[in-house]
Design a protein around this ligand. Structure first.
Ligand code: F0G
Length: 458
C-alpha cells in the first residue's frame, strides 16, 4: 500500500487557541462594527486573515536569532543575508527594509514620477498605492482567464503579452519606469506566473528598453508551480528554477513575511550598482542605514535561514498540499472557489456562494462575517470594500470578482484545522438561501477603507 502524504516537519512549540460560543461571537463582531480587522486575535479561533508574518519559524531560524549581530554598520547578520540573497536570487546588491511596502516606497521614490504608467499583473494594493500616491498609474495586464474562477489555466497569474505590448507602444519609454511581475499573483488568487511568461515579458521589456521588477513575496511558491506544472522543469530543483527566474530581473521587492517565513522583514534586490546607490539615499532616510534598513541583526539572520528553507521542495510540497487539501474539500462540498487552487490561500467566489445578497451590500464581507459567526474563522474580503471608490465619481468600484480569501499561514495549522474550516464553510453554504441581505457602511476612510470601515446590518 502506498504511504499517505504527511508533513515534512514535526512540532516543537505550540500556542493555545480558544474556541468561543456563537453568542460571544455575535456580540464581538457587532462591537467590531462587522469589520474582521477590528476583532481581537483572542476572539478568533482559526485566523486566515493573512499568510503574512503569521508563519511558524523553524528551530534553525530561532537559533539563528540568538547569534544575531546588532552592530549599526557592517553587522555579520547583514553579510549572512547578503550571501543568502546572492545565492538564492543572484543579486549582487540589496537593501534591507522593514517589510515589502517599505521596499516599494524606497525603490519607487527613485523610479516613479508623476504621469508615469506601470504595467503589471494585478499589482498588490500597497504596490498600487505607492504608484498612485506618486500620481502615476498602475495598468493591469493580467490574462483574461484569471477573472473566470472556473477556468483551469495552470498559470492564471500570467501577463497577457498583447495587452502589455499595447501599453509599451502607447507610452514613450520615459513614462514607463518599469514593468512589474508579481510572483505569485496574490490578487488573482495566489495564481502563478509561468517561466515561459517570465521570458516573454522579459523579451518585451528588453525590446522596449524598460526595466523589469519582480514583486517577490511568494516567489518560492511560484517556483513550485513551475516545477510541478511546466514542461521541462520537473527535474530542476526549486533553487535552480528561482535562479533562472531572477536572471530576468533588474530588481526585486520582497515582503519576507511570506516566503522567507519571518514575522517581519523585507528587502530590495538590484542587479545594477547605480540603482542601488540611488535607492540607498532613500533607504537611509526612510528605513535605516544600508546594512540594517529597518531590521534587527537577529531578524536578518532568521530571514537568511528562512530563504533557504522556503526554497526546499519538501517544505513547499507540504505547504501547497495543505492549501490544496482545504480547496479540494471545499470543491467536494460544491463550494465555488477560484481554480486551480492557488499557492497561499483559497479564494471563495462570494457572488456564487451567496447569490441573494445584492452587490451594494458587500457580498464577500457578508460571507466573511457569516464564516466568523459559524466557527470563529477569520478570512479577508477581496471585493468591493477593498476596491475602494472611484477617486473622481466617489462611486463604489465593483470588481470583476467578489472573493473571500482564506489565507493559510505557513507551518501553523494542521489539516484538522483545515477540516474545521471546510465544514464551517459548508454549513454557511447549506444555509445560503436564508442569507438575503448584507451590510451598509456607517463610516469609511477616503482611501484603503477596508482596514477601518465600520458597518451595520441592512
Ligand atoms: N506584494 C504582495 C504581492 C503582497 O501580497 C504584499 C502583502 C506586499 C507586496 C506588501 O508586503 O505586507 O510586507 O508590506 N500582502 C499581505 C497580504 C499583507 O495579506 O496579502 P508587506
Amino acid at each position: 500500500m502506498e504511504l499517505p502524504f504527511s508533513e515534512s516537519y514535526k512540532i516543537k512549540m505550540v500556542e493555545t487557541i480558544r474556541r468561543s460560543s456563537r453568542s460571544e461571537r455575535e456580540q464581538w463582531i457587532k462591537d467590531a462594527k462587522y469589520n474582521l480587522f477590528n476583532l481581537r486575535s483572542d476572539q478568533v479561533f482559526i485566523d486566515l486573515l493573512t499568510d503574512s508574518g503569521t508563519g511558524a519559524m523553524s528551530d534553525k531560524q530561532w537559533s539563528a536569532m540568538m547569534v544575531g549581530d546588532e552592530s549599526y554598520a557592517g553587522a555579520s547578520s547583514y553579510h549572512t543575508m547578503k550571501a543568502a540573497i546572492k545565492r538564492i536570487f543572484g543579486f549582487d546588491y540589496f537593501l534591507p527594509t522593514h517589510q515589502g511596502r517599505a521596499a516599494e516606497n524606497v525603490l519607487f521614490s527613485v523610479l516613479v514620477k508623476e504621469g508615469d504608467v506601470v504595467p503589471g499583473n494585478s499589482h498588490f494594493d500597497t504596490t498600487k498605492g505607492h504608484i498612485e500616491f506618486r500620481c502615476a498609474k498602475a495598468i493591469d495586464c493580467t490574462i483574461d482567464e484569471a477573472f473566470d474562477t472556473t477556468n483551469q489555466h495552470p498559470f492564471k497569474g500570467n501577463i497577457d503579452p498583447e495587452k502589455l505590448e499595447k501599453i509599451l507602444k502607447q507610452y514613450p519609454k520615459e513614462k514607463i519606469p518599469f514593468i512589474i511581475l508579481t510572483l505569485t499573483n496574490n490578487t488573482a488568487g495566489g495564481q502563478p506566473v509561468s517561466m515561459a511568461n517570465v521570458k516573454e515579458v522579459s523579451a518585451l521589456a528588453k525590446k522596449y528598453g524598460i526595466p523589469l521588477l519582480f514583486d517577490s513575496a511568494r516567489f518560492a511558491e511560484n517556483a513550485y508551480f513551475i516545477k510541478t506544472r511546466e514542461k521541462g522543469y520537473e527535474h530542476k530543483t526549486i533553487k535552480q528554477i528561482v535562479l533562472e527566474i531572477y536572471e530576468h530581473a533588474d530588481f526585486a521587492t520582497m515582503s519576507s513575511k511570506k516566503d522567507a517565513i519571518v514575522n517581519m522583514g523585507g528587502f530590495i534586490g538590484f542587479k545594477s550598482q547605480e540603482w542601488f546607490r540611488q535607492a540607498s539615499t532613500y533607504n537611509i532616510m526612510f528605513e535605516g542605514y544600508i546594512t540594517y534598513g529597518g531590521m534587527s541583526g537577529r531578524d536578518m539572520n532568521a530571514l537568511a535561514q528562512g530563504l533557504d528553507e522556503a526554497t526546499e521542495f519538501d517544505y513547499l510540497e507540504t505547504r501547497i498540499n495543505q492549501v490544496a487539501y482545504l480547496g479540494n474539500r471545499l470543491i467536494e462540498f460544491g463550494i465555488p472557489i477560484q481554480q486551480p487552487i492557488g499557492g497561499h490561500a483559497v479564494f471563495i467566489d462570494a457572488k456564487k456562494m451567496l447569490p441573494h445578497v445584492p452587490k451594494e451590500e458587500y457580498v464577500a464581507q457578508t460571507l466573511g462575517v457569516e464564516l466568523y459567526l459559524e466557527a470563529g474563522i477569520r478570512g479577508v474580503e477581496i471585493g468591493t470594500l477593498l476596491a475602494d471608490r472611484d477617486p473622481n465619481t466617489r462611486e463604489n468600484r465593483y470588481p470583476n470578482l467578489e472573493l473571500l480569501r482564506l489565507a493559510i499561514p505557513r507551518r501553523t495549522y494542521t489539516n484538522n484545522h483545515m477540516d474545521v474550516i471546510a465544514v464551517a464553510t459548508k454549513n454557511v453554504f447549506d444555509r445560503r438561501e436564508f442569507i438575503k441581505s448584507g451590510y451598509r457602511i456607517t463610516w469609511e476612510a477616503p482611501i484603503m477603507r477596508h482596514f477601518t470601515v465600520e458597518l451595520e446590518k441592512m
